[in-house]
Design a protein around this ligand. Structure first.
Ligand code: SF4
Length: 167
């Protein structure tokens, strides 16, 4: 049955027939927010908590984030857990550059945010945001998997609102 939508009444009538009206962008953002494909960078202790988040006790798969990629061209979320050494800086920058847009970054733990207890060391970056933009910061030493999930849910809200960098 074809209906011309001219008034609110017509829209209400359509809604009663289980028809939703939205935009492609909202639909895409909704899909993106439930299907992050993370790529994990890890150094020191925080990556162990990232691994725990994916294991059976916490079960990252419940949220649809479990397809962790080992190659940047298939990933849209970079999780940086632990400090970045100057030696690893070019590798992180290259991985980020190779990830397609749109893409996001989570700084996982004090070392990723600011260098943490190693901040004064000669070989540690003072935070991942000194080389790439960060969307969500999770403070902690270490961060627990529950906080990681909370950060993911906050990122999900940002993406659903379309509140992210493009290109
Ligand atoms: S923030 Fe703490 S737990 Fe995490 S990598 Fe640094 S020292 Fe280890």
């Amino acid at each position: 049955m074809a209906l011309d939508i001219e008034t609110d009444t017509d829209v209400n009538e359509l809604a009663q027939h289980n028809i939703l009206v939205t935009t492609f962008e909202k639909l895409w953002n909704w899909g993106r927010s439930w299907s992050f494909w993370p790529l994990n960078y890890g150094c020191n202790c925080c990556p162990i908590e990232v691994m725990a988040a994916g294991a059976a006790r916490f079960d990252q798969a419940r949220f649809g984030y479990e397809v962790v990629r080992a190659v940047p061209r298939q990933a849209d979320l970079l999780t940086v857990a632990g400090p970045i050494t100057l030696k690893m800086k070019p590798a992180v920058e290259r991985v980020w550059a190779q990830m397609p847009e749109p893409k996001w970054v989570i700084a996982f733990g004090n070392c990723a945010i600011s260098g943490g207890p190693f901040r004064d060391g000669y070989s540690i970056l003072p935070g991942v945001d000194s080389i790439i933009p960060v969307d969500i910061y999770i403070p902690g030493c270490p961060v627990r998997p529950e906080a990681y999930f909370h950060a993911m849910l906050e990122l999900q809200k940002k993406v659903q609102k379309g509140d992210y960098r493009r290109g």
